[in-house]
Design a protein around this ligand. Structure first.
Ligand code: MD6
Ligand code: FE
Length: 214
């Protein structure tokens, strides 16, 4: 039988809630290529701190790859086929990114997932992401696949209402979270990133979230 990365999961999957699963270490095989792939992407479409519709500058810096990119500015949130900073299409999604996203979705029970957007979040120590829902996608039957790289983060996982209780999970380098179904619209966020030095990515955390937008 052909070996796949499913055969090398270092830890058991963890169910966060119905439809949401943590696959620890599932993206570790991206390791060797990730710095060069991220460098290629940010050379074409640099990380930038976007502005929310409310006028706040986000502490998390963002870029995208794939057919569509998530952007926010004073006019609102949207998916855009063009990077507003460069007026060019976003860089293509690397084949290894696509492979890891589809593999994780299959493992989590979403065999149809074909992402067309990958939002790349960069956290430096002190960056955080407030509690939010991901609801700018047209069809919530598609899951979101989230890959954590670099420094560990404290991930906040709440309910369907903002005031619902929040659980905390540490997401480490190589961890993948897939969530869809009844969990697709759960509130979530990331606590302020602590200082540290990661052997592969240095003083930062990178999060890739794969979505099906169209
Ligand atoms: C992060 N993640 O982990 C932020 N959204 O840096 C998200 O906001 C997120 O992990 C939707 C689905 C999975 C996620
Ligand atoms: Fe999100």
């Amino acid at each position: 039988m052909q070996e796949t990365f499913f055969d090398h999961l270092p830890k058991e999957p963890v169910t966060l809630s119905e439809g949401a699963i943590l696959l620890p270490g599932m993206a570790l095989n991206l390791d060797a290529n990730i710095p060069s792939l991220l460098n290629l992407i940010q050379a074409a479409s640099p990380f930038r701190n976007m502005i929310t519709p409310g006028g706040h500058t986000m502490s998390v810096a963002m870029t995208n790859c794939g057919k569509f990119g998530w952007v926010t500015d004073k006019t609102g949130y949207r998916y855009d086929p063009v990077d507003p900073l460069t007026n060019q299409p976003w860089p293509a999604m690397p084949a290894s990114f696509l492979e890891i996203a589809i593999g994780a979705a299959v493992a989590a029970g979403y065999p149809e997932f074909q992402p067309d957007a990958c939002l790349i979040n960069r956290y430096l120590p002190g960056s955080k992401l407030s509690l939010h829902q991901d609801r700018n996608e047209a069809d919530f039957t598609h899951p979101i696949v989230s890959v954590s790289l670099g420094l560990p983060a404290s991930f906040l996982f709440g309910g369907l209402k903002r005031k619902d209780a929040v659980k905390k999970y540490t997401l480490e380098h190589g961890d993948v979270v897939v969530w869809g179904g009844p969990s697709r619209l759960r509130f979530h966020g990331v606590n302020t990133l602590k200082m540290g030095e990661h052997p592969v990515l240095g003083e930062q955390r990178i999060n890739l979230t794969f979505r099906k937008v169209v």
